[in-house]
Design a protein around this ligand. Sequence first.
Ligand SMILES: [Zn+2]
Length: 154
Amino acid sequence: MTVEFEKIKRQNMIKLPYMLDFYPLQDAKFTRIDRFFQNLKERKLTTTKCKACGKVLWPPRIMCPECFSENLEWINLGVDGELYAFTEMKLGAPLGFVEDVPFCIGLVKIGGLLISARIDGAKYEDLKIGDKVTLKIIELEDDRIFYRFCKVKE
Ligand SMILES: [Zn+2]
C-alpha cells in the first residue's frame, strides 16, 4: 500500500507558543525520540520496543514503563491499518485546527497497537468500523512532520 502525503499550508497561520503547539519540537536537541520524526520523513511509522521484556511501546519512549530498561529498539509498524473506532470533531477543535472542522478522528489498529489519529479521505457518514486505512504523512510549512491515516478507496 502506498503512503499518502500532504503538505499543509495554512492561511493566517498563528505561531503558537511551545506549550500550545500540537506538533512538538522534533529536533534531537529537544527530544530523544527525534528518530520517530526522521523515520516519518522516510514515510515509515515506527515506535520503540523494549529489548529486555519485549513490550512494544506507544508512543515511542526512551525508557520502558514496564521494566524500566533503556535498552530499546526501533520497529516499523507498517503503513496499513484498520479503523477500530472513530468520531467526528464538529466544534471545539484545538487552536490551529478550527478551520478544518468538521474532521474525523479515530483509533487505528496497526502493528498490534491502537493509535489515535486524524482520519482523512472520508466524511464521518462514509466511515465504518473495520475500514482499511493507510498511513498519511503531514508535513508542515516549517518542515516539521506528523502523521494521520487516510481511508483506502474501495
Ligand atoms: Zn521492558
